[in-house]
Ligand binder design. Structure first.
Ligand code: NIG
Ligand code: FE
Length: 405
């Protein structure tokens, strides 16, 4: 018995091929059983063995393309408050750092999150997950980091865990107590608190998988970041690094040294940084929406792709970069970083899954992959970045369950 057959697919994107970023099958079908892809190939072959009429559910995707569900490997999607006025201030010339130094930016969101109760935070996150799912995202990483004290950081991670349980989108939790320094506090004293109090408390509750740090000029130095990541690793948290977003201070090399799963942003990385990342097997996560919003130069995707790095992209959805859409991230990756649509799709699926240490096959639609399927109302995956500003997602299955459309 088959749970689901999707057939007559105009173009099925199955995952990276041996010498192409994305292999596709025309006039294709996928069969799903028990939440997994059990057969994939041309419609005749698959439907001979898995007749749509005998399946629990069948879907005729004539004229439409089917892609793996998007994996968004870097977001700060749990927050409260409204920073749209900062969007306007930045358009008038204020910089991100100036806003932060005045107690705005992250610190303003911290105030709003500290005073929000758990149910309000949960409702906020769930509503953002709804929008992400509508745009084809089936797995998302969400960071804490708007608490900056033990109690609020734990509350954020609890909410992230509850959202994961309640929502069809899979949510991967990252602890990011070292996201900014609380107002009026010395940075080293705050790093002591993160290392001695926050990380042990988070680890004891087992509510985070990764530990991230904002290694940035005027925020946490390389040495301070290393302390945070080392403490995280001692407590079983896998490191990730926000590296070279606003300036080049050595965050990428730190990521390579500690063997981080990913180094993210990389707007100011050098060629040496790229070599170090590749040698250490660190996944580069590029966030073109952030560069777009800041009016900054995009990361150099070419130099990474040239050396065969598994480039991933993410929305970086947060109050400073208010986009839920991996499709928009793909448009920006193509237009802003000159990635091909196939590279952008690979970056949004299998490489993004690698940035979250997900098991092999995640982010593909090969046999044995989780049945996270997205139908787009267009004949090719290329249309996702090509039709910018439009959501082409029609139907989504998560682990074989129809959850959208
Ligand atoms: O990745 N750079 C640090 N964190 C976020 C911004 C968070 C915020 O401004 O609220 C980022 O861009
Ligand atoms: Fe971030």
């Amino acid at each position: 018995m088959t749970d689901l057959v999707v057939y007559d697919i105009a173009e099925l994107a199955v995952g990276p091929g041996t010498d192409e970023p994305m292999e596709t099958i025309g006039n294709a079908a996928v069969a799903v059983d028990d939440g997994e892809v059990v057969a994939v190939g041309d419609t005749d072959g698959v439907t001979d063995e898995h007749p749509p009429s005998a399946a629990d559910a069948a879907y005729d995707a004539a004229g439409q393309a089917v892609l793996p569900g998007f994996v968004d490997p870097h977001t700060h999607a749990l927050f409260a408050g409204d920073r749209s006025d900062e969007f306007e201030a930045k358009l008038r010339g204020k910089t991100y750092q100036e806003l932060l130094a005045e107690g705005g930016g992250i610190l303003r969101t911290v105030e709003a999150v500290r005073t929000a109760d758990e149910d309000t935070l949960l409702a906020n996150l769930r509503s953002h997950l709804d929008v992400m799912l509508e745009h084809g995202t089936t797995t998302v990483e969400v960071k804490s980091g708007y608490g900056l004290d033990t109690e609020t950081e734990l509350r954020m991670l609890r909410v992230i865990g509850r959202a994961d349980e309640q929502h069809p989108v899979d949510v991967v939790p990252t602890f990011m107590g070292a996201h900014a320094v609380p107002q009026g506090m010395d940075t080293d004293d705050y790093v002591d608190e993160v290392v001695e109090e926050q990380i042990p408390a988070v680890a004891e509750q087992g509510i985070a998988e990764f530990c991230d740090v904002f290694c940035e000029e005027g925020v946490f130095s390389v040495e301070q970041s290393r302390r945070v990541l080392d403490a995280g690793m001692e407590h079983g948290l896998t490191p990730k690094v926000h590296a070279e977003e606003l300036a080049h201070i050595g965050g990428t090399e730190l990521a390579a040294e500690v063997g981080a799963t990913s180094a993210d942003h990389l707007l100011h990385s050098t060629e040496e940084d790229v070599d170090a990342l590749v040698d250490a097997g660190v996944v580069p996560v590029l966030l073109p929406g952030t560069a777009f919003g800041l009016g900054a130069e995009y990361a150099d995707a070419d130099v990474l792709l040239d050396v065969g790095a598994p480039v991933a992209i993410a929305t970086d959805f947060n109050p400073n970069c208010h986009s839920h859409s991996m499709g928009f991230a793909q448009s920006l990756a193509c237009v802003g970083m000159r990635m091909t649509p196939a590279e952008a799709l690979r970056a949004s699926t299998v490489n993004a899954a690698a940035a979250l240490d997900l098991p092999a096959r995640h982010g593909t639609l090969r046999e044995g992959a989780p049945a996270d399927l997205v139908v787009v109302d267009a004949p090719s995956f290329r249309h996702v970045p090509y039709q910018y500003g439009v959501n082409l997602v029609e139907t989504v299955w998560k682990d074989g369950e129809r959850v959208q459309g």
